[in-house]
Design a protein around this ligand. Structure first.
Ligand code: SF4
Length: 379
């Protein structure tokens, strides 16, 4: 298993075409002496065909191609390594950002079942490192390097689309169906770039990628003011709360930001989000042996959800940690996991146990981090 050490760097990435608004793109081509309609052509290459090199775009004047490349297409993500497992259907890519910081994204293909169509999900990063300092998470131990730009965030999706189109993910076709902001970083701590990335991913082509907001999930450990701000944006993305404990005593220890915004405040904000957007909130709960996996904690969690109204506003997603022998933070016993699930079901709380894809390549939940070999949840 490779050990990846992040290079501390706060170097801001250069501005990229993807960072610009539609109006700024038109101004950008005018500044290069081209008519405004060229902006739509360039955006079609970027967002509809997922291309990266303007010098190859033959529908643009030859003399302008290098100028466009130099002005607006700096290299943002450099692939350092790519690993796959699950017969090639889980692919983790390690990227080097401008300035040297490392981040990862994980692409997962799920074949069709009797209950669901085939789909691909990309788990992407929004920060290099993370400043939230959750003690069970290696990403958190390494601290924050820097926020990622909108273009760096969106580029992870475009790169994944290229990978699928190149036939590198067996069975997958088309493009990424779902994006989850659950890789490195706390998305709400990089609110402006993440929000602009969401707007770009959901904008119709050629201005954006043309994804449905419902296909995007933004995860947070509980930055309550940002949840409230997102509620007001009116974009129906799915909100995921990394709760991991239903009581302040334990959550203060597991999630330091809980000392600032308590469980009640967080769940109130999540409930308001569900009420306003009509989108069910996902409550993420990593089961940690003998720490938060007791059945009576499941009952506390159930009561917390039920007392905020109709139980359908939230769905609990249990995340089995990967077994780490000897670590304080390790996988629950299967009987404790079963008892936790049964308790929630008794309270009629919708609950699923997350499929742990990618554990062989450190790409599963609890393993995404470019610092050491990671035990972090990355949300
Ligand atoms: S669990 Fe998430 S929020 Fe906490 S330190 Fe790790 S990446 Fe940051």
């Amino acid at each position: 298993m490779p050990v990846v050490v992040n290079t501390p760097s706060r170097a801001k990435p250069p501005r990229h075409w993807i960072d610009l608004s539609v109006e700024e793109r038109e101004q950008a081509v005018k500044d290069l002496g081209l008519p405004a309609f060229r902006a739509r052509q360039i955006s079609a290459h970027v967002f509809e065909r997922w291309e990266v090199d303007p010098t190859q775009w033959t529908d643009l004047p030859k003399a302008a191609r290098q100028d466009i490349a130099d002005a607006w297409f700096p290299v943002l993500l450099t692939e350092v390594s790519r690993q796959s497992c699950d017969n090639g259907t889980t692919v983790k890519t390690l990227w080097r950002l401008h300035g040297g910081a490392l981040v990862e994204s994980v692409l997962m293909y799920y074949p069709a079942t009797r209950h669901s169509a085939a789909r691909t999900t990309l788990c992407l990063s929004s920060q290099a490192g993370c400043g939230m300092a959750c003690p069970f998470c290696a990403t958190g131990q390494g601290g924050i390097q820097r926020n990622m730009s909108t273009a760096e965030i969106v580029s992870q999706v475009l790169a994944a689309n290229r990978l699928i189109a190149a036939g590198e993910v067996p069975g997958a076709s088309g493009r990424v169906h779902n994006v989850v902001f659950m890789g490195m970083g706390e998305p709400m701590a990089n609110y402006r770039s993440v929000l602009t990335a969401i707007r770009t991913l959901t904008a119709d082509g050629p201005a954006g990628v043309g994804m449905s907001a419902r296909a995007l999930t933004v995860s947070t450990v509980g930055l309550v003011p940002r949840i409230k701000a997102l509620t007001e944006e009116g974009i129906p993305v799915t909100l995921a709360i990394s709760l991991h404990a239903p009581d302040d005593e334990l959550r203060d220890e597991l999630i330091p930001v809980n000392r600032r915004w308590k469980v009640d405040e967080l769940l109130d904000a999540a409930w308001h989000y569900a009420e306003k957007t009509k989108r069910r909130v996902s409550i993420e709960y990593a089961l940690m042996k003998d720490i938060n996996d007791q059945a009576d904690r499941a009952a506390v969690l159930a009561r917390q959800i039920r007392r905020r109204g109709d139980w359908t506003w939230a769905h609990v997603n249990l995340i089995p940690l990967n077994p780490t022998p000897g670590s304080r933070w390790t996988a629950s016993r299967s009987e404790d996991q079963d008892a936790f699930v049964e308790t929630l079901e008794r309270w009629k709380i919708p609950v699923t146990v997350r499929d742990t894809r990618g554990s062989e390549i450190d790409g599963a939940c609890g393993q995404l981090a470019a610092v050491g070999r990671s035990a972090g949840l990355g949300q």
